[in-house]
Design a protein around this ligand. Structure first.
Ligand SMILES: NC(=O)c1ccc[n+]([C@@H]2O[C@H](COP(=O)([O-])OP(=O)(O)OC[C@H]3O[C@@H](n4cnc5c(N)ncnc54)[C@H](O)[C@@H]3O)[C@@H](O)[C@H]2O)c1
Length: 265
């Protein structure tokens, strides 16, 4: 028996990175998966579906822009029409803009809020409406290490990811007595296109606070998401699960030269 055997759900932002790895793990653990991403990322989304089918799983691709209400609603309807149920949803689609607070352009700020905050809220809105009428479900939202602490050069993103945690906590309380659990994850710096497309210097800067001192892998994030979606996490709601190599537990950037192993302690 897989961790989510016989269940069905949605993964947004699943054309690559964390979304793809999680869609694949959900399927490996027995679930049917509605793989979604922007129409412009259809090729990547269909590749995710092909990878799932190649391992004997069940998946379909549906294009959607999470910042559009009609698309968010369509995802719920498509999941139910394809698989007969919506048991879980991983609201993972997100974008990043890099720049100091005084330098970021207004349209970049607006776009981040539109996708990273409004997109998560819209998806939750229609998922909750369905789950309320159908015996419950589980929602996981992708926040970030930047949803818990400040991060230089990422003001709007950090604000958006803090907002995701606020939406998560509030919904967790509102729907707890309807058998709906709502949690978020806070990945550290993970080796995905979002990070690997940044200059090496920026990658090093982002990785510096992580005592495990390497980039995380998308699969390491997926493991946490699938666990939260499963009945193994039946008493867990309203939390933010950090999957960040220890980053948010340390007040300062981690310097390996100060490790006991280097100091001969
Ligand atoms: N990689 C990291 O280090 C890291 C760390 C913390 C949080 N995150 C978050 O993890 C999530 C996944 O990111 P990733 O690292 O896998 O990067 P990624 O860029 O590979 O994945 C993001 C996906 O979201 C999709 N997307 C963007 N706008 C969309 C929209 N309006 N509607 C639907 N889909 C849209 C993109 O096409 C892309 O496939 C994001 O929310 C990101 O903010 C990533």
């Amino acid at each position: 028996m897989g961790l989510v055997q016989g269940k069905a759900g949605i993964v947004t932002g699943a054309a690559g990175g964390i979304g793809r790895a999680t869609a694949i793990l959900y399927a490996k653990e027995g679930a049917s998966v509605l793989v979604s991403d922007l129409e412009s990322c259809r090729a990547g989304g269909e590749e995710t579906v092909a990878l799932i089918k190649a391992q004997g799983g069940r998946a379909v691709f549906v294009a959607a822009d999470v910042a559009k209400a009609a698309d968010a609603q369509k995802l719920v309807e498509s999941c139910v029409s394809n698989f007969g149920a919506l048991n879980f949803a991983f609201n993972n689609a997100g974008i990043l803009a890099v720049g100091f607070t005084s330098e970021v352009e207004e349209d970049e700020f607006d776009r981040i809020m539109e996708v990273d905050v409004k997109g998560v809220w819209l998806c939750m809105k229609y998922q909750l409406r369905h789950m309320m009428k159908n015996g419950g479900g589980v929602i996981i939202n992708t926040s970030s290490e930047g949803g818990l602490v400040g991060t230089p050069l990422a003001g709007p993103y950090v604000a958006a990811k803090h907002a995701v945690i606020g939406l998560t906590k509030t919904a967790a309380g509102e729907y707890a007595n309807m058998n709906i659990r709502v949690n978020s994850i806070a990945p550290g710096t993970i080796a995905t296109p979002m990070v690997l497309s940044l200059p090496q210097e920026a990658q090093q800067m982002l990785m510096a606070p992580q005592p495990l001192h390497r980039l995380g892998t998308p699969d390491e994030v997926a493991q946490g998401v699938v666990w939260l979606s499963s009945d193994r996490a039946s008493f867990v709601t309203g939390i933010t699960l950090s999957i960040d190599g220890g980053a948010t537990s340390n007040a300062q950037s981690y310097d390996p030269s100060t490790s006991p192993s280097k100091l001969g302690v």
